[in-house]
Write a protein that binds this ligand. Structure first.
Ligand code: AMP
Length: 187
């Protein structure tokens, strides 16, 4: 199965993706983690994206799309992909469709973790203390939320019309959300 976990920043996408990775022996595709890794390793890509990331802005589609290619065509990961934070733009959604078609795969399920703005702000404040992410400060999370509403929400409208799209109340406790997802997947 290939699954997309969709939702605003701070919705718990990473947490649920990790849960599914364990449950289904899947592979987490977190573009955020991959990009942070590029910065940590101080690669050419890392140096290009650091300012955008710290300001809570999106990284160019071209750079993010490129990160995906190797993963999608890796036979060991075929039909085991759990997308967390990708796609975030219409261009990325089209790119994903293309790559999946070419590798004879498809998206089997989409889970939209719906959480309101106030809860997100509170959650991200807590996460900042734990993970010390530079883009989790109070001002940057507002930029990230606005970008989500402006650029990523249209992707949601596109996916919400397709089969096996499920909206889950992302404000519930972590375990409850995982349980709900398990029920839907029947695993
Ligand atoms: P995340 O860890 O998914 O919250 O992503 C952290 C940051 O990485 C985002 O605020 C963006 O700056 C960048 N990023 C991650 N995924 C993408 C993506 N699919 N498209 C553009 N930028 C991304």
């Amino acid at each position: 199965m290939n699954i997309i976990i969709f939702g605003p920043p701070g919705a718990g996408k990473g947490t649920q993706a990790k849960f599914l990775v364990k449950k289904l022996n899947g592979f987490q595709v977190s573009t955020g983690d991959m990009l942070r890794d590029e910065i940590k390793k101080n690669t050419e890509v890392g140096r290009k994206i650091i300012d955008n990331m710290n300001e809570g802005k999106f990284v160019d589609d071209e750079i993010v799309n490129k990160l995906l290619e190797n993963i999608i065509f890796d036979v060991a990961k075929k039909n085991r992909l759990i997308f967390d934070g990708y796609p975030r733009t219409i261009n990325q959604a089209k790119n994903l469709n293309n790559l999946l078609n070419k590798s004879q795969q498809k998206i089997d399920y989409i889970f939209f973790l719906n959480v309101n703005k106030n809860s997100i702000i509170k959650r991200v404040e807590k996460r900042k203390l734990l993970e010390k992410r530079t883009d989790d400060d109070a001002q940057t999370i507002l930029t990230r939320y606005d970008t989500y509403m402006e650029v990523t929400k249209p992707v949601l409208d596109y996916y919400s019309k397709i089969k096996n799209f499920y909206e889950v109340d992302g404000s519930m406790e972590i375990n409850k959300i995982s349980q709900k997802i398990e029920e839907i997947l029947n695993v």
